[in-house]
Design a protein around this ligand. Structure first.
Ligand SMILES: *[C@@H]1O[C@H](CO)[C@@H](O)[C@H](O)[C@H]1NC(C)=O
Ligand SMILES: *[C@@H]1O[C@H](CO)[C@@H](O)[C@H](O)[C@H]1NC(C)=O
Ligand SMILES: *[C@@H]1O[C@H](CO)[C@@H](O)[C@H](O)[C@H]1NC(C)=O
Ligand SMILES: *[C@@H]1O[C@H](CO)[C@@H](O)[C@H](O)[C@H]1NC(C)=O
Ligand SMILES: *[C@@H]1O[C@H](CO)[C@@H](O)[C@H](O)[C@H]1NC(C)=O
Length: 185
């Protein structure tokens, strides 16, 4: 027998088979039914729309609206948000989290805003958990409903709704009362 051939075979068989990182993985199994919980949350949203430390800033607008100085934002514009969430309506009330994301003032109709906001909590048991709101927000209506489409941490797989009532609005400060109901794992 050819010794080199045997050596080749041995070498081939000894090639280490390391982990395969690029393997496509797909597995579907029946979903284990987990008991769901319902959580009600009550808090206030504080937005500052101007001044030295605004929590809402217009970052983009169509140039056809360059003469539009409407409050709180011109039509066809995008506002970036980092509003604080507090226990009570007073500006000094304890902060329990932040609402971060985008508000889109689409079209000519400035009265309806579409919001894409993550409400992240920073207090106690809920620290690190958040709920995701993706919804239209008919901001000029006194009472309104927003959709909760998901969540993280304690709010995994969340679905629900938020009921909003404007508590106060002066020149630059908007305070909104939130009652949120979410069903989650
Ligand atoms: C908007 O942008 C377009 C294209 O850059 C330009 O032609 C037009 O003059 C701009 N309009 C205004 C009001 O600035
Ligand atoms: C959001 O605002 C708060 C208070 O103004 C600030 O402490 C925090 O760092 C801000 N978050 C981000 C991501 O900028
Ligand atoms: C919340 O979690 C962050 C990150 O895990 C941690 O740094 C912070 O101290 C926690 N805050 C509270 C109030 O537990
Ligand atoms: C939230 O619920 C409380 C208690 O049911 C109620 O008094 C309050 O008006 C509600 N607020 C909103 C914004 O729905
Ligand atoms: C709101 O604006 C009006 C006029 O623009 C001014 O007189 C008033 O002092 C402002 N109020 C606050 C709370 O800034």
């Amino acid at each position: 027998m050819d010794r080199t051939l045997i050596l080749c075979w041995i070498l081939l068989l000894c090639i280490p088979t390391g982990p395969v990182y690029s393997q496509y993985y797909l597995k579907t199994v029946p979903c284990a039914t987990k008991e769901k919980k319902v959580t009600n949350l009550h808090f206030f949203f504080h937005g500052t729309l101007g001044g030295k430390n605004p929590t809402a800033v217009t970052v983009a607008r169509a140039n056809i609206t360059s003469n539009d100085n409407s409050f709180p934002a011109p039509s066809n514009s995008i506002v970036v948000d980092n509003a604080s969430l507090t226990i009570g309506p007073e500006p000094t009330s304890e902060i329990i989290g932040y609402a971060q994301g985008l508000e889109v003032f689409s079209g000519q109709d400035r009265t309806t805003v579409v919001v894409y906001l993550d409400f992240g909590f920073t207090k106690g048991d809920l620290n690190g958990s958040s709920i995701g709101l993706f919804s239209r927000n008919p901001a000029t209506e006194k009472e309104r409903e927003l959709a909760v489409v998901g969540g993280r941490g304690k709010f995994r797989m969340a679905k629900g709704f938020a009921l909003l009532k404007t508590f106060s609005l002066d020149n630059i400060t908007l305070i909104v009362e939130y009652n949120v109901t979410v069903i989650h794992y």
